[in-house]
Every structure is written in C-alpha cells, then in structure tokens.
Design a protein around this ligand. Sequence first.
Ligand code: MG
Length: 173
Amino acid sequence: MDTFIKSEEMHQATLQALQDRGVGLLDIAQITLFLQSKYVPGLTIETCLENVEQVLEKREVQNAILTGVALDVMAEQHALPQPLQHIIETDESLYGVDEILALSILNIYGSIGYTNYGYVDKLKYGILDWLNDKKNGTHTFMDDLAGAVAAAAASRLAHRYRSLQEQEQELNE
Ligand code: MG
C-alpha cells in the first residue's frame, strides 16, 4: 500500500510555506476584507481571517501552494532547468501556469471567486503589491496563490452570508 501524507502534515507545511515566503494570514485576510466589506455589513477582519483559515484546510489549496512555493524557491536558488529558470525568474508574461495553478484554488468556491481574483490581481492590492516587487524575491507563483486564497475566502464568505440572509428571511415570513 502507498503511504499517504496526513492532512495535518499538509496543513502545517502550507502554513510554514506561507510564513517562510513572507505572507501572513492577516495579509490575505485584509484582501478578503477589501473584497467583501461593501457586500457584508459589519464584516470584521477576524471573520475574514477565519474564512482564510478554512480555505487553507482544503487539500487542493495546500497542493497548489506547496507546488507554487517550491517553484518560486527553486527559481530564487537558480535550481531550475533552463528555459524554465529564466521564465519563472523573470515572471514571463506568456507563461500563465501560475494563474492556472491559482485556478485550482478558485474552482472550489465557484464563479464569484474568479471575478474577485481578477479584480485584486489587477489592483495589486496590499501584500500583492509587495509580492510583485522583484526586490522582495521571486514570487511568480505566490502572488497568484495569495490572491486566489483571498478571493476564495471572499467567495466562501459571500455564500455563507447569503445562507444566513435566507434563514433570516424564512424566520420573518
Ligand atoms: Mg504570477
């Protein structure tokens, strides 16, 4: 039988990878707050953080983050074969595999995730701006991953808020 990696080990490795790459959960939660605050009255950073933490429990998300971070780190160490080394190091605009990997995160929470991701990616909001500055390291994958986690958390929040509203509406009927 194949041995398999335990969920908790994947979760811890993911949190460690984010921390090692300078991305705090609070940084991601701030993007989620920015995305959802106009739709969810009284939304707090704590609620956003809870949703980010829930997103990071998903195996698909952990897989994407661990894969992307490994490639970013190897690019920083000049350990990738050419021409991939050059492509990832320079964040070549025609590459696009970083965005494709981020889609595996957005897929989980449905279509509003895509809109939110596109929006923060364009704006380079918060930590995304830092990640896009080359002097802070090679974050070709991480900028998309962080944006996608924030967008997925925003979608999760939006879906939950809607269910809550529906429940309230039923109670009032
Ligand atoms: Mg990128």
